[in-house]
Design a protein around this ligand. Structure first.
Ligand code: SF4
Ligand code: SF4
Ligand code: SF4
Ligand code: FES
Length: 946
């Protein structure tokens, strides 16, 4: 058997602790009650042959290879579909069974190409293993009769192929697509000998509904469905367990290696966030790490119009320190700052904020969470006491009603979406609150009970109206509130929520959602034994983002839906380590663990440990840095793995700020859009080289392990450490494990965490300390972290961004499955086959009045700027609303977004921009300038020998 294959117990566990005693091949064994004989035997070390069974799928009983004999029963039952019973006497190896199994295998092999030695699955093929296990020595039937050996190979998917000649029609792929992924893309077409796996009617995999998650490839016991990377490079020879570097689900993977080369990423079955599943990005889109665009040597230049000059690490770091020190001397201590990256490890982030506070001597540090989930931190801390989600992902399996607000899990958090869909197929009800008809609203075997398709910017009135119905109809859980919450705040909130302007009828006028539907959705949620709320950037990226987060916390408290499994308020975090980068003290007002910088006690702990005096004044947030830069007061920035020029709103303003600075340092894999404004480029490491931890959306601290050395010669924490030293601040870690030890020592919620502990237990959810030595899957169980839960009044203050005759439509933005954020990684993989340009979704009625045809170029103009892109006409958006993604820099979606932001946290209002759309025939002026700059910078790079 292949060295990297993960153990397979044949059928899923049954999730009970009760046991029975059985006898297997003469040996007594205590096994789990209700489990299959196949699993029970495998758990006790007896490998009953199997083909159609695997422990990620329900037993199917089609291959007849796992037959056993049971004393007192006639025939040979399939062990995968027969549960154990107390006292059962089972025999797995008899002459009769051996004969039967050989006959079965003979039939399979007689219609299978005998090219094992040259087959890509050689050494990792269950069919081959089973032929050996049953002792097959000859095949009596020749290949002369009808067979499938000439079946065509479908190579349409960029990452895996389907070689029908090797298919044994075990159905594992079909069941994986149904049960694990929930896409239902595959079927078995035809009957008997004609049966074959099909991805849609006469369609290739690429053209079918398949979302390329790879679950079928993983489930296939033969070489029929096989990764192209294995076909090309052969089988791996070692494995390293690590964590995906894309979204906040935080899937664990086994990186399968051949020498120093990754040949396959296999979702790790023991991964506590993903349980062996993955999406197309984590499983397949890792090729960017070795893309030729990756910069491998540090570079500097005086002016941004100069060519880059490759220099040694020593020179790059000494040059940067000299420039930063000179700027501080000339413009003052607060004239420089740093940005931490939510793509980097906690350890890498921690040292950047430490460099800023201890080395730069100010608190001008911020993170890309500013532009996504900062309102989550503010809103949940204010109401509940902790800046993080309340549940583990598995909690969704206990939810009765699931409310998804401003999130698109099937595209943004696909593995969690698959789990949620599994729960919905079991009967849980779904409410979707989103301006757009996201995939969850209607997909195979899943349909939302209510889709509240509100106008962008009206989340707060909707959540208030839902609460209004719940309170006015007596659906609130008053006992829970009395016991757990601050009663003064409850009374004043109740008075606010019962005001007529929060009634469904009044809110219908503002939000565009019928009062009846609001009322019905509220009743469904209010009556649910367990109601769970999941939300995303469609909640936070508004001028009332923090108000809405508090509105959801209010609703959850009012209905008693916090503090147990199946409930909660759960942010679906965008980036792999956005939770961690916030936890690590990346905000200008907070030290690690969300402790305010003005707190003398907290500051003095860090001061003692770091040997410096820390400024008690909060520093600049990102937008303040830009404003100060435009005012000539902020001159230098150390930017760790973040593309501000592409991802921040109001591109013209961002570009003006970046252009006005004297020393911009970009630490990244690629020369991103921000690097076009940079003076120093410090090459970073990919997740395959990092040694550290990421924290996912459920507060789970996962290990990221290096599968290869840092390709550019240094770990990122080492780069930051050397810069700190060059700035005159002594930073002397010997390893990233030491950095985590310091984090644990200084941060109460991390006290028990260390690399050694994580390696032992797999992962833990913080808080993990003396009070919770094994971590805290569910928050707020007996009481809220802040003591009593605080209801906060959530009066609706509409955004200043309004539609008018000139800009009559509302633009909202989002992302799609195959691409990731600004696309720096996914655009450098074959994922571009699914999305190579950003499109503008327009409702047919809005298209018709403007004379816009599907696929036509259109201009998208706001008060801030205009861009040109292609229109996609669809009823997924309602009339009056248009939608686009922001994955391609040349699209420039943020040229049109505004500077409006959340009142509490400055999180930009990406989700509401008043726009006009009209047919166009050319790129916008900004796009022309962008193309010219890209050409010039490309030329500079070539001149510099890159
Ligand atoms: S890759 Fe995923 S979605 Fe596609 S057919 Fe296989 S299981 Fe289904
Ligand atoms: S493709 Fe693989 S998993 Fe699917 S039926 Fe054929 S052999 Fe079984
Ligand atoms: S769901 Fe997120 S973490 Fe999991 S594989 Fe996909 S991108 Fe990676
Ligand atoms: S493994 Fe039991 S019938 Fe196939």
């Amino acid at each position: 058997m292949n060295k990297t294959r993960q153990a397979d117990l044949g059928t899923p566990g049954v999730g009970t602790a009760a046991t029975v005693v059985v006898e297997i091949d003469g040996r007594k064994a205590e096994v789990t009650k209700g489990t299959s004989i196949l699993r029970a035997a495998r758990e006790t070390g007896v490998d009953v042959p199997k083909l159609c069974a695997t422990d990620s799928l329900k037993p199917f009983g089609s291959c007849r290879l796992c037959l056993v004999e049971i004393e007192g029963r006639k025939g040979y039952p399939a062990s995968c579909t027969t549960p154990v019973e107390d006292g059962m006497k089972i025999r797995t190896q008899t002459d009769a069974l051996a004969r039967l199994r050989r006959n079965v295998m003979e039939l399979y092999i007689s219609d299978h190409p005998l090219d094992c030695l040259t087959c890509s699955a050689n050494g990792d093929c269950e069919l081959q293993d089973m032929a050996g296990a049953v002792g097959l020595r000859e095949v009596r039937y020749g290949f002369d009769g009808a067979n499938h050996l000439d079946a065509e190979v479908d190579t349409s998917n960029p990452y895996f192929q389907f070689d029908a000649s090797k298919c044994i029609v075990c159905s594992r792929c079909v069941r994986a697509c149904d049960e694990v992924q929930g896409t239902f893309a595959l079927t078995i077409e035809g009957r008997g000998f004609e049966s074959k796996v099909s991805a849609g009617i006469g369609e290739s995999f690429l053209d079918s509904e398949c979302v390329s998650c790879g679950a079928c490839v993983q489930a296939c016991p033969t070489a029929t469905l096989m990764e192209k990377s294995i076909v090309e490079n052969g089988m791996p020879d070692r494995k390293v367990v690590t964590t995906c570097a894309y979204c906040g689900v935080g899937c664990s993977f086994q990186a399968e290696m051949k020498g120093d080369q990754v040949v396959r990423m296999t979702p790790y079955k023991d991964g506590q966030a993903n349980h062996g599943h993955s999406c197309v990005k984590g499983r397949f889109a890792w090729g960017y790490a070795s893309h030729r665009d990756r910069v491998m040597a540090p570079m500097i230049r005086e002016k941004t119009s100069d060519p880059w000059r490759e220099v040694s690490w020593e020179e790059a770091i000494a040059h940067t320190a000299k420039r930063f020190k000179a700027i501080q001397e000339k413009y003052g201590r607060k004239s420089i700052g740093g940005i931490t990256s939510s793509r980097c490890t906690n350890e890498e982030v921690y040292v950047v904020q430490k460099l800023v506070r201890a080395g730069f001597g100010n608190n001008n540090v911020d993170t890309c969470a500013r532009v996504c989930h900062s309102p989550t931190g503010y809103g949940l801390k204010t109401t509940l006491g902790t800046s993080a989600g309340t549940q583990p992902f598995d909690s969704v399996m206990d939810a009765d009603v699931i409310m998804v607000i401003g999130a698109n899990p099937t595209e943004g958090h696909p593995v969690f979406a698959s789990q949620m869909k599994r729960r919905l197929r079991q009967g849980a009800k779904l409410i979707v609150v989103d301006p757009r008809e996201i995939g969850l609203v209607r997909s195979p075997h899943v349909e939302a009970s209510y889709h509240l398709d509100l106008l962008p910017g009206t989340n707060v009135p909707i959540i208030n109206a839902l609460a209004h119905v719940i309170v006015s109809e007596g659906l609130a859980d008053e006992d829970y509130v009395r016991e757990r919450c601050d009663l003064d705040s409850w009374e004043s909130w109740k008075a606010m929520i019962l005001k007529p302007e929060n009634s469904p009828e009044a809110v219908a006028k503002v939000s565009g959602v019928d009062a009846d539907r609001i009322r019905a959705a509220a009743r469904l949620f209010g009556n649910a034994p367990n109601g769970a709320i999941y939300y995303g950037l469609g909640v936070t990226e508004h001028s009332q983002g923090s108000t809405m987060v508090m509105g959801m916390a209010n609703l959850a408290m009012a209905t008693g839906n916090l503090g147990r499994s199946g409930v909660g308020v759960n942010p679906l975090r965008g980036q792999n380590n956005v939770q961690g980068s916030c936890d690590m003290g990346s905000f200008p007002h907070e030290l690690p663990g969300y402790r305010h910088i003005s707190g003398d006690d907290v500051r003095s702990q860090f001061e003692k440990h770091w040997g410096v005096t820390i400024d008690p004044e909060p520093g600049f947030r990102i937008p303040n840095m830009f404003d100060a830069a435009c005012a000539g007061e902020f001159k230098g920035m150390y930017i760790q793995g973040e593309d501000l020029a592409q991802s921040d709103p109001n591109t013209h303003h961002v570009e003006a700020a970046l252009s006005s600075m004297e020393c911009i340092v970009v630490q990244d894999l690629f020369l991103n859009e921000t690097a076009k404004f940079a003076h120093v480029f410090l090459p970073g490491t990919s997740f395959l080289e990092k040694d550290g931890t990421f924290i996912n959306a459920e507060r789970r601290i996962n290990r990221v392990r290096p599968v290869m050395p840092a390709q550019q010669g240094k770990q990122e924490w080492q780069i930051t450490q050397e810069l700190a030293q060059a700035m005159g601040y002594p930073m002397n870690y010997a390893s990233s494990a030491e950095i985590m030890d310091e984090i644990a020592e200084l941060t109460p919620t991390f006290n028990n965490v260390s690399f050694a502990f994580l390696d032992e237990v797999g992962s833990v959810q913080w808080p993990c300390n003396e009070a919770a030595p094994m971590g805290t899957p569910i928050m707020h169980i007996d009481h809220f972290v802040r003591g009593k839960g605080l209801f906060v009044e959530t009066d609706y203050v509409p955004t200043d961004e309004r539609t008018n005759r000139k800009f009559p439509l509302l633009l909202t933005t989002g992302r799609i499955l195959s691409q990731y954020n600004v696309g720096a990684q996914t655009r450098r993989t074959a994922n571009t086959v699914w999305h190579d340009e950003d499109l503008l979704e327009v409702h047919p009625s809005d298209a018709e009045v403007r004379g816009i045809k599907d696929g036509q170029l259109v201009s998208l103009a706001s008060r801030k700027g205009d861009i040109t892109l292609r229109a996609k006409i669809t009823t997924r958006v309602k009339p009056g609303v248009v939608y686009t993604t922001f994955h391609n820099p040349e699209t420039g979606a943020n040229v049109v977004t505004t500077e409006y932001s959340d009142w509490a946290t400055n999180c930009p209002e990406y989700k509401v921009t008043a726009v006009q759309v009209a047919p166009a025939s050319r790129r916008s002026n900004w796009q022309e300038e962008f193309a010219a700059r890209a050409k010039e910078q490309g030329k500079i790079a070539i001149d510099a020998g890159r």
